[in-house]
Design a protein around this ligand. Structure first.
Ligand code: NAD
Length: 339
């Protein structure tokens, strides 16, 4: 059993912890938290060993009546691998701790690419993380994951001459009460390209891609308006078939009557998905259109959850435990991805 420690138990960390606990070949060594808030309470209720991320604050947990198993160093020592899900920039500071105990780690998309030996999206470059020299992997951001999953089959089947994507980005996650805008539409960043295109190039260095960002008063999901100029001229039906064969791409059927991200999330909740998570890219099937070599479509990305299966696969790749197909299939089956 692979012992996995999760450092940073927030939006991404708590989902990774639940996903690890669901794997047949992994055990949750514990989760590290900075504060004894409601998430710490939930971790204890789930029976997860809880560690103080900041040792000086251990007393705060005792005062709140929350039992600690130890301090973050103990967790790093015990773990075969750490998933670092701390806020942007903190992961880079934590790397020294992981190095001290020779513990490999996965970092998240808020970190700079140089935090790790390689950036990672399972469908696109799993094998790049299985190399013996790779000890640290960066699972790219939610948007970069979504774009890479889409570009992977398009590249393989048709070739990609150029991708142009406008990302309509949620202002903040539902729990991020201080984020905005509340009543505005912002070019964000106002400069072109946004960082997303260069980030896709950490996965596919050879893809020519321009991205533009817009931020809107929404919390549920991101929405991408995609145009890809292909090397070939497939029909819309061909592309629909190609994309529908991918387990981490969900083609939203016309007859479902899902007209936006609100109903997508409602659908996820109605079908009993944990936290209403949508691990797959949600591509509106009707939007898939072709004009000569130009492909157009809309896809939505659930920012809080699409990177969760990727972190699970990154663990197996990093420890060289399974090949890509086996790992992705196990992850998908245990979480319910593609169902
Ligand atoms: P979050 O703020 O929800 O969670 C981070 C957690 O880490 C919090 O509980 C915080 O208290 C804790 N923390 C802070 N300092 C710490 C430390 N020194 N040691 C241990 N824990 C510490 O953040 P998040 O949204 O889960 O983001 C985590 C990472 O994942 C970032 O790199 C982010 O860019 C990336 N990411 C976020 C999203 C998203 O939409 N939320 C999507 C994809 C990737």
């Amino acid at each position: 059993m692979i012992q996995v420690g999760v450092n940073g138990y927030g939006t991404i960390g708590k989902r990774v912890a639940d996903a690890v606990a669901a794997q047949p070949d992994m055990e949750l060594a514990g989760v590290a938290k900075t504060r004894p808030n409601y998430e710490a309470e939930t971790a204890v209720r789930k029976g997860y060993p809880l560690y103080a991320a900041i040792p000086d604050r251990a007393d705060q947990f005792h005062e709140a009546g929350i039992d600690l198993t130890g301090e973050v160093e103990d967790m790093v020592m015990k773990a075969d691998v750490v998933v670092d899900t701390t806020p942007s920039g903190i992961g880079a500071q934590n790397r020294e701790l992981y190095e001290q105990y020779d513990t490999p780690a996965t970092f998240q998309g808020g970190e700079d690419p140089d935090v790790a030996d390689t950036s990672f999206v399972a469908r696109a470059n799993y094998d790049g993380a299985t190399d013996e020299d790779v000890d640290y992997v960066r699972v790219v951001s939610c948007n970069t994951t979504g774009l890479s999953r889409l570009l992977a089959p398009l590249r393989e089947s048709y070739g990609v001459e150029k991708a142009r994507v406008t990302l309509v980005r949620r202002g903040g996650d539902p729990g991020q009460t201080s984020r905005g805008p509340i009543n505005d539409i912002l070019p964000d960043p106002v400069t072109v390209p946004s960082h997303h295109g260069p980030d896709v190039n950490t996965i596919f260095p050879d893809v020519d891609i321009d991205t533009l960002g817009v931020k809107v008063p929404a919390t549920l999901m991101h929405l991408h308006s995609v145009n890809v100029t292909l090397d070939a001229e497939p029909s819309a039906t061909d592309v629909r078939k190609l994309l529908s064969d991918e387990s981490r791409l969900f083609l939203v059927p016309e007859e479902a009557g899902i007209d936006g991200t609100g109903k997508l999330k409602e659908f996820a909740q109605d079908t009993g998905r944990p936290r209403g998570d949508l691990w797959e890219n949600c591509i509106w099937e009707e939007s898939i259109s072709t004009e000569g070599r130009d492909l157009y479509l809309f896809q939505s990305i659930h920012q809080e959850s699409d990177v969760i299966p990727e972190n699970i696969d990154a663990i197996r790749a990093l420890l060289d435990r399974d090949d890509k197909q086996t790992s992705m299939a196990t992850t998908d089956e245990t979480l319910g991805v593609g169902l």
